[in-house]
Design a protein around this ligand. Structure first.
Ligand SMILES: Cc1cc2nc3c(=O)[nH]c(=O)nc-3n(C[C@H](O)[C@H](O)[C@H](O)COP(=O)(O)OP(=O)(O)OC[C@H]3O[C@@H](n4cnc5c(N)ncnc54)[C@H](O)[C@@H]3O)c2cc1C
Length: 350
């Protein structure tokens, strides 16, 4: 349980995130201090809680954060993915060394698992190769985009070994022979601290191996990987609905003649939120990946509908380059294309 004197999450978001949302979107500003403050306040602590209870709380944190800014919500997701790897790893020494620091926000993390997720769904070959060497592995290959990186940050990767096995490792951004190239020319999300990561025989000691059997490990972590993405859409959809409501009385209520109204979206969002809530709050069963995929897909499409609709309700004000509605529209296209992308989800749900 969070201690009673813990600062309310919304106060942290109002004080630390709200004032810098434009900077994040327009100047590729990485909101590291917001992630640190959330961790410092105890919102990512698993102490005394089951994995499911921990995740239920963190899902809410991603949603509240994404109401203000989906880029920051996404950074938080990256960090939660790294946390998930450490919470599940059989490498207890690595867990003890880093988990408390990640949960308190002292150290931040990310994930390079987009390509492996596509590999496991039969979409792509693995980009990273691992060669066994004394005391560890040598990793080579390129990951075109890994977010929430910077000095002192760590991220998870999966690489194919010479004997057709797959290993999962936690990589430090300071690793020798690893080069990072910042990417800031996206339509949105430029404050996400996203880098292309080039591995040239990077030595990863055994102490940094999360699992020698990534094929099995990935089955344990991927439900959480996907579950933490879903509230990105919930937060953005709720922000889009609030925006529509603000414009309700404009031009003598003319927006009522638009085909989609805020209450339509509220009605569509509710069962999707309930479906996720049922898994994390009202069921004692294990969290299942297959149950989460349709929720993730529905969340993506309702978010797209909400941000499109909000643009119509906002009218000229929404069409300004720096409007919040336009930012949500740009950010949502990333949500559709974040692995598992909607096409990837379509293939898996068939
Ligand atoms: C802002 C942003 C942040 C992202 N953050 C992460 C992250 O933290 N972790 C993560 O694992 N993935 C990240 N991705 C990747 C993301 O999750 C999706 O995989 C990607 O957006 C698109 O998937 P797609 O299926 O459309 O593949 P496509 O974009 O069509 O890519 C198809 C293939 O080409 C490769 N590819 C794409 N661009 C390049 C390039 N410039 N050089 C070489 N190969 C390339 C891809 O890896 C893939 O194998 C990020 C992408 C963006 C745009």
């Amino acid at each position: 349980m969070l201690k009673s004197k813990v600062k309310p999450l919304n106060d942290i978001l109002k004080e630390k995130l709200k004032p810098i949302v434009r900077q994040i979107d327009e100047q590729a500003y990485y909101p590291k201090e917001v992630l640190q403050a959330i961790g410092e306040a105890g919102y990512l602590s698993s102490e005394g809680k089951t994995l499911k209870e921990t995740a239920a709380g963190e899902i809410e944190v991603v949603k509240q954060t994404s109401k203000y800014c989906m880029t920051t919500g996404f950074n938080l997701w990256c960090h939660l993915a790294a946390l998930t790897y450490l919470r599940h790893t059989p490498n207890k020494a690595l867990q003890q060394r880093l988990l408390p620091k990640l949960e308190s926000g002292e150290v931040l993390g990310g994930t390079g698992l987009s390509n492996p997720m596509k590999y496991y769904a039969g979409l792509e070959k693995l980009h990273l190769k691992a060669r066994k060497t004394e005391g560890g592995y040598l990793l080579s290959g390129v990951l075109p985009a890994v977010s929430n990186l910077g000095d002192g940050h760590w991220f998870g990767v999966i690489a194919a070994t010479e004997d057709d096995q797959r290993v999962m490792a936690l990589i430090s951004c300071e690793q020798e022979r690893l080069s990072l190239k910042e990417k800031v020319s996206y339509l949105g999300l430029n404050g996400s601290a996203t880098y292309a990561c080039c591995f040239e025989d990077v030595f990863i000691p055994d102490e940094q191996i999360l699992s020698e059997d990534a094929d099995t490990f990935v089955k344990q972590i991927r439900p959480y990987f996907v579950a933490y993405q879903i509230p990105l859409g919930f937060g953005v959809t709720q922000a889009a609905i609030s925006s529509m409501k603000k414009h309700e009385n404009k031009q003598n209520g003319c927006n009522q003649y638009l085909p989609v109204q805020p209450e339509d979206l509220v009605g569509k969002l509710k069962p999707i939120e309930e479906a996720l809530g049922n898994i994390f709050q009202h069921s004692s069963a294990d969290v299942k990946w297959e149950d989460l995929l349709p929720i993730r897909k529905d969340a993506a499409y309702v978010t797209l509908e909400a941000v499109n609709t909000a643009m119509l309700h906002a009218g000229g004000a929404g069409y300004l380059k720096n409007s919040a509605d336009a930012r949500r529209l740009r950010e949502t296209y990333f949500f559709m294309n974040l692995t598992p992308t909607v096409k990837h989800l379509g293939k898996m749900i068939r």
